[in-house]
Design a protein. Structure first.
Length: 603
């Protein structure tokens, strides 16, 4: 709905003026009382802002090094409403900006952030400004307004991100999602399409093509591992969510008229059947990031209620293998992995849930082994990491080119080392064990929760315990845990309760036996948040490992079909650290927090 007041104002009314209220010391009183800035410095900053006609928040941040979250907390306390700082993952709903004058918003410092049913969230530099409040109400009549305070620079960044101005040079962004959506149809046309229950937008229309491309580009730019497109009933927006560092967040909403077109466009890109909506399909997209590099996306469509289709795209960033010493191994685990990887034959398994980095770890091992004197074959689904010197094969079950079939072909092709992407059945497991006993080093993955459970799982599949015991070199269980942001993590002394919780989680006897620090000597780190990590406090992930070795004692237990508890007891006496113990050691090293370790490694 067009705004009367903002568009009627002439240009000179947009000039930024500093009123006595904008320099009101009480707005920032919390900064002084919390010792974030001295009273003398605050007085000097106020004086400088008044004399130079400068913004006080800019002076406090740039000259007096007051952190933006501290400034926001002070404003939140003064205005008695939440503070919302700029976060690249928090995208302004483009539909809210369609009828607004962006120049007016930039110079009056407010932005409509998101709408949930009849409630609209608005970020404003001064929530007590009655004139601005009236402007918001005229622009969005009938909605319940929920105000939050934001710094002027944050509000400007929200608007720049929404209009595609931010980082255009760095990321090659020629346009924004809101621009593309605005180009498709007018608001009146949307209503007409919804009422007629017909999607009037073609999947090959230029704007739909650019929208699909922009979603993929932005997901890669934000470091996402997955893109989720989730359509709902006809009159509800389609939600697009991204998964970054293992956590999903809402990226944008697409009006309901376009969901069929955007889903069909992605299916065309992945060479899927756009007419088939009743069955799940999977495919791949090779996508060029505006000439800079090429990425591959694994696409899965799943039919959902109401005749809709969900789309999930996993981003597979091509590249070489990482060195083993950069995989986050402890000293013991790195030493033992290097040792067993040099064996001429045997089997090494890497286990864990989907997305835990198993393939990355095995490729790091292969990178260590990749020498001209070794012939290395891999069978993968899909081939995510490529290395020169490896002969890599893509499994295609649709034509009966399965892991088991590929393995038989490999054994006729003079291998030294074989890696298969996953042991999904007894046939593949039996061939892998046989290959490891006939002079080949076998590497593979399995979906199990721990190293000891892997042994029991394979025996339950029907694998011969004597052959398996002879073949096994080691089983590496792995998880990925959020890593603290190195730019803003804060050291602190844990409370007695926190310390005791970690000791119990690790095991009291082993804590003492392995020489871990006493409570008085312990320093932990916690998340605070900064611009580098988008105020999340975490950036990237670190691997937690559990390496069980095929020792003589372990082989005897496997041959006797020992229980999981017996296998675990022996492994721990042989200096194996469990996933939880490895995580706690990394907490003590300042890489992550105990809460994050509990989330992924402690039952």
């Amino acid at each position: 709905m067009p705004m009367a007041n903002p568009r009627a104002r002439n240009q000179k009314d947009y000039a930024v003026t500093l009123t006595p209220k904008s320099l009101e010391p009480r707005r920032y009183e919390a900064l002084v009382t919390s010792n974030r800035i001295s009273a003398a410095d605050m007085k000097a900053a106020l004086s400088e802002a008044a004399s130079n006609s400068s913004e006080l928040e800019t002076i406090l941040i740039d000259k007096y090094r007051v952190a933006a979250p501290d400034l926001g907390a002070a404003l939140s306390e003064y205005y008695q409403c939440p503070y919302i700082g700029f976060n690249e993952r928090m995208v302004v709903d483009p539909v809210l900006l369609k009828s607004l004058n962006l120049d007016y918003l930039k110079k009056n410092h407010w932005v409509p952030l998101k709408r949930e049913l009849q409630v609209l969230d608005v970020v404003m530099d001064d929530p007590h400004d009655l004139d601005k409040g009236q402007d918001v109400r005229r622009a969005f009549p009938g909605l319940t307004l929920r105000f939050a305070v934001g710094l002027r620079r944050d509000i400007l960044q929200f608007l720049q991100a929404a209009t595609g101005e931010q980082d255009a040079a760095s990321y090659g962004r020629a346009e924004s999602v809101s621009d593309i959506l605005g180009e498709l149809v007018t608001e009146a046309q949307q209503d007409q399409q919804e009422q007629s229950a017909v999607a009037g937008v073609d999947e090959n229309e230029a704007a739909i093509v650019r929208l699909a491309n922009q979603i993929i580009t932005d997901a890669y730019r934000l470091g996402a591992s997955d893109i989720h497109i989730e359509p709902y009933a006809l009159r509800r927006d389609t939600i697009v969510r991204l998964r970054v560092d293992g956590t999903c967040f809402e990226y944008m909403k697409i009006p309901p008229s376009y969901y069929k077109a955007i889903v069909s466009r992605i299916k065309i890109m992945a060479n899927l059947d756009i007419a088939e909506r009743r069955k799940a399909q999977d495919g791949k997209i090779r996508f060029s990031l505006r000439g800079r590099k090429e990425i591959e996306l694994r696409v899965a469509t799943v039919p959902t209620v109401g005749g809709n289709e969900d789309v999930v795209m996993r981003i597979l960033v091509g590249g070489g293998a990482l060195p083993l010493d950069q995989m986050g191994f402890s000293a013991r685990n790195l030493r033992e992995m290097l040792h067993i990887a040099q064996k001429p034959y045997g089997m090494i398994l890497c286990v864990g849930p989907t997305g835990s980095g198993k393939t990355t770890t095995l490729h790091a091992v292969l990178g260590h082994l990749n020498q001209p004197q070794r012939k290395i074959w891999t069978a993968e689904d899909p081939v995510e990491i490529t290395q020169v010197g490896l002969r890599q094969v893509q499994v295609m079950p649709k034509i009966d080119w399965t892991f088991a079939t590929v393995m038989r072909a490999f054994l006729r092709a003079d291998p030294d080392v074989i890696m298969i992407g996953e042991m999904r059945d007894k046939e593949t497991a039996d061939i892998a064990i046989e290959a490891s006993l006939t002079g080949h080093l076998m590497l593979s993955t399995l979906h199990t929760n721990s190293a000891t459970e892997t042994i029991v799982r394979l025996l339950d599949l029907g694998c011969d315990p004597f052959n398996f015991a002879d073949a096994i070199l080691g089983v590496l269980a792995q998880r990925l845990c959020k890593r603290l942001c190195g730019a803003c993590k804060e050291a602190y002394q844990p409370t007695r309760e926190e310390y005791e919780e970690m000791v119990v989680g690790y095991g009291k006897e082993l804590w003492v036996h392995r020489g871990l620090p006493e409570a008085a000597d312990s320093t932990l780190y916690r998340a605070t948040g900064c611009q580098v990590c988008n105020h999340a406090g975490f950036k990237g992930r670190i691997a937690l490992h559990e390496l069980l070795l095929g020792s003589d004692g372990m082989k005897r237990l496997i041959q006797s079909r020992a229980r999981t508890e017996e296998l675990l007891k022996l492994a721990v006496t042989e200096e194996m650290t469990t996933l939880a113990q490895d995580g706690i050691e990394k907490v003590l090293q300042g890489h992550t927090t105990y809460k994050q370790v509990k989330a992924v490694a402690i039952k």
